[in-house]
Design a protein around this ligand. Structure first.
Ligand SMILES: Cc1ncc(COP(=O)(O)O)c(C=O)c1O
Length: 445
């Protein structure tokens, strides 16, 4: 089908997510390999967003494709209530690579529903109705996941499910408590105790966090935060849920972001990189105590396509690829290079207020004024819908120069596939460096 016909069909028949339909600009992707994809005219792009931060093993990995083909020929579907070799093997592998006593997985078909199931399991296990989550978070677009989401995308979806309390995030660059690390002694974690006390300790089932915040601007907690959070949860017998949908599977240079602080959550939710984004899949991994509880208690949940065996086969293959090809180590090592380059960029551009990252998971935050740290655009739902013109110009220039970039509010993200080479990474970064003058000029007007 020629490009104009594809564009016409897209415009005429497809309802696209997260946009007013008139804003859809057909950008046809015809193929990909590793960290690169190409459009219908054969123009190549370095994928600095891994599509949606999920093509972790690279585009069209032959081993993942072979596993999909093999499973499709063997058996395309089993009802969730049947036994199946592939699903059982994937859950065994997940128990092996997730930390501590995380032992059993409830498979689903994406990140939002993995969180939806985590919420239901936590409420059933504790018998408590409330949840705590953070303002600068995104946990998915279903109603429960939207309720725990803190960012402004929640607002047009309200009212969502009741009983969710939000707290401020460990964002040191803009400390919500006006403090400075390390003198603060990680006050942002300690204040959670106060929130628990006023909200009723016996009413709170779980605290859910992205250990490193993804689409809300890569918030890396200071050392001690995650450990303190674990301690507080233990004190009050509140479950700790780690949403590793974006951070899992090597994105931050370790299997899971929790591993940076050796913190073991009670429930971990996974999706995106779980099978290199080849097919829909999510997992809600629970610890032994919760798994034991579920032995004797019916779980009221499940959908027809949860844990599809082809998706599971792709996941087993992707996890093998992460191991065999050293992709998690590549993420760690190139992540150090990436941060060193971003620090140099910050020194060159007045519009950059902060750079943050771990592994191949980084962000550049733009400000109007470095001293006041006033963000280039405020963090509102209106600014989610409409990109800042200077940042939009940077993304356009990158696209012209063969790099797919990604932004939210005043931040540009960098998260290429974990198989990216140093040469490709440097090529993309040099192009970003050259484009940022557009923001420098906008703030100096
Ligand atoms: C941290 C986090 N949790 C959950 C989700 C939702 O995942 P999905 O789009 O697969 O439902 C996302 C999506 O970006 C995410 O970043």
């Amino acid at each position: 089908m020629d490009a104009s016909r594809i564009a016409e069909n897209e415009k005429k028949y497809v309802l696209h997510s997260w946009m007013a339909q008139k804003d859809f600009k057909p950008f046809i992707i015809a193929g990909g390999e590793g960290a690169v994809f190409w459009d219908d005219k054969g123009k190549r792009y370095i994928d600095f967003a891994s599509q949606l931060f999920n093509v972790n093993a690279g585009h069209q990995h032959p081993k993942i494709i072979a596993a999909i083909r093999e499973q499709a020929e063997k058996l395309c579907y089993v009802a969730p209530s049947m036994a199946n070799e592939t699903r059982a093997e994937l859950c065994r592998v997940l128990a092996e690579i997730t930390p501590g006593d995380l032992v059993k997985s409830f498979l689903s078909c994406g990140g939002g529903v993995a969180n939806e199931n985590a919420i239901k399991i936590a409420k059933a296990f504790t018998g408590r109705p409330k949840l705590i989550s953070r303002w600068r978070s995104f946990h998915g677009a279903t109603y429960g996941a939207m309720a725990i989401t803190g960012d402004p995308r929640r607002l047009p979806n309200e009212p969502t499910i009741p009983g969710v309390v939000h707290i401020w995030d460990p964002l040191c660059y803009r400390c919500f408590f006006g403090k400075t690390y390390p003198d603060c002694n990680v006050f942002c974690a300690d204040q959670i105790r106060e929130v628990i006390e006023v909200e009723g300790p016996k009413l709170i089932a779980a605290i859910i966090v992205e250990p490193i915040t993804g689409s809300n601007c890569r918030i890396i907690p200071p050392d001690g935060y995650m450990q303190r959070l674990r301690q507080i949860c233990d004190e009050y017998q509140i479950l700790l849920i780690a949403d590793e949908v974006m951070t899992g599977f090597g994105r931050t240079g370790k299997w899971f972001a929790c591993d940076h602080w050796k913190v073991v959550p009670d429930i971990m939710t996974l999706a995106k990189g779980i099978n290199g984004a080849a097919l829909p899949l999510g997992a809600t991994v629970v610890n032994e105590e919760i798994a034991d509880y579920m032995d004797d208690h019916m779980y009221y949940g499940g959908l027809t396509q949860y844990g599809n065996p082809i998706s599971c086969a792709a996941a087993i293959a992707a996890i093998q690829v992460y191991k065999e090809e050293g992709l998690i180590e590549n993420s760690r090592v190139l992540g150090l290079k990436l941060m060193a380059e971003l620090e140099k960029m910050k020194a060159r551009h007045l519009s950059i207020g902060d750079v943050r990252g771990l592994g191949l998971f980084a962000a550049i935050e733009f400000v109007k004024d470095r001293k006041t740290r006033e963000p280039l655009v405020p963090w509102t739902v209106e600014n989610y819908e409409k990109k800042d013109p200077a940042i939009a110009a940077v993304l356009n220039q990158l696209k012209e120069n063969g790099v797919l970039g990604y932004s939210r509010w005043n931040v540009i993200f960098i998260a290429p596939p974990l198989c990216i080479t140093e040469e490709q990474l440097m090529e993309g970064l040099n192009k970003i460096d050259k484009a940022i003058h557009l923001v420098d000029e906008a703030i100096s007007k």
